[in-house]
Ligand binder design. Structure first.
Ligand code: GMT
Length: 377
């Protein structure tokens, strides 16, 4: 198939998922065309079946807001017509579903039928999409999609609760390349020694440091762990809450034990040397970073918000607590870090759970949906 993939190219779960999906489809022989405003984070290596089309947004002094959506729709039209796309798959509803709808109408006038699939990822529904400024366009464009998928049952339910959606939303879970995240601890011992030279336990958090992630809770949990045992905290990513978190580190004299390592491409290396993944989010439709951690045999301490209980199984792959209950999260973290036997059972549980979301189980579901949609169009 010739598939156009539209996503946010930045450091975020939906873009990562879309890019990994495109790469996996290309490996299976499909022609994949990424249409984004910049090279997606995980799209670095050359692949004979992958094409990249950058959306250019010309500016003009009249524009306080350059019309990105028009540029995106026009690029979609260009790619559809010149590369004979069979289908568009857009990730994150805003604004990708409405731009795909427009592109579909435009090529339709030229006699080409190109269906589009919208994959809902989370904040496009639960936070941004719900805002009444966007809601009518989001509702319309989701309903006009030829197929709709959500990355968890929770997100599917949230979508039906928040929008008058008339169509079926299929749940296709996010996935992980388990082989890529395979734990390589002995090989990376030097890396571990550099972070934790005295054999300290390593806690890890990965996110875009937005409010919804509750990163200050990560620091509060770490502080409690640190009172009980020597430990280090790795904070991967960056975002608006960083100054708050830095302030907490300074105030509590934890700067020596907390490292901000920025946006990392080689996440598998960082995960390989970590003991515990902490994700106390206010909401998480799925929690892709937690799944990747599990594939590296890192148990997860998380909140029980949104789709997290579908990924992190309490007592098997880690522990779940109520949002904001840092005492409970710290208690579970300490219990696990102090008990080697429990830790090794939990690590095995984490890996087994990751295998259920193995990339090779999920890609065929998307391929089947593509075929169904193309055949119906
Ligand atoms: O978490 C974010 O803020 C980024 C966001 C995105 O779209 O890039 O992530 C959402 O999509 C991911 C991939 O499907 C999910 O794993 C995240 O749970 C989801 N984030 C939220 O729901 C807050």
């Amino acid at each position: 198939m010739r598939i156009g993939i539209v996503c946010y190219p930045t450091y975020g779960g939906s873009g990562v998922l879309a890019t990994e999906l495109g790469k996996a489809l290309a490996d299976k022989g499909h022609m994949v065309h990424f249409i984004t405003y910049q090279q997606p984070v995980r799209l670095s290596a050359f692949h004979a079946n992958i094409f990249y089309h950058e959306v250019q947004v010309p500016t003009y002094p009249l524009f306080d807001f350059p019309p990105y959506e028009s540029a995106l729709s026009s690029t979609m039209v260009d790619v559809i017509m010149n590369h004979q796309l069979d289908l568009l798959h857009v990730h994150y509803a805003i604004p990708h579903a409405s731009t795909a709808y427009l592109a579909k109408q435009i090529v339709g006038k030229q006699g080409r039928v190109v269906p589009f699939i919208t994959t809902l990822h989370g904040t496009d529904i639960t936070l941004v999409g719900k805002d009444k400024t966007y809601a009518p366009v989001v509702t319309f464009s989701i309903n006009e999609s030829d197929a709709i998928t959500a990355v968890s049952n929770n997100l599917r339910e949230e979508t039906y609760k928040s929008f008058p959606i008339e169509k079926d939303i299929e749940v296709i879970y996010n996935f992980v390349d388990v082989e890529r995240f395979k734990r390589r601890e002995p090989e990376l011992q030097h890396f571990r020694n550099a972070i934790a030279p005295d054999g300290e336990k390593i806690l890890l958090h990965v996110s875009n440091f937005r409010k919804v992630k509750r990163v200050p809770d990560v620091v509060k949990i770490f502080r409690k762990v640190r009172e009980e045992m020597p430990a280090k905290l790795l904070l991967v990513g960056d975002g608006p809450d960083r100054p708050v978190i830095e302030g907490m580190c300074r105030e509590w004299n934890l700067c020596g034990d907390i490292r901000f390592v920025g946006k990392q491409e080689q996440l598998e290396d960082v995960m390989s040397i970590s003991d515990l993944f902490v994700l106390p989010s206010e909401y998480e439709s799925f929690g892709l970073a937690a799944l990747e951690a599990m594939a590296a045999q890192v148990p997860v301490i998380s909140s029980n918000a949104g789709g997290l209980p579908e990924v992190n199984i309490h007592g098997q792959t880690g522990y779940l607590s109520n949002v904001g209950d840092v005492n409970s999260m710290a208690k579970y973290a300490i219990q696990l870090l102090k008990d080697d036997k429990l830790m090794s059972v939990m690590r095995q549980g984490a890996l087994e759970q990751a295998q259920r979301f193995h990339i090779s189980n999920i890609i065929p579901l998307y391929e089947a949906l593509y075929e169904e949609v193309i055949n119906k169009a």
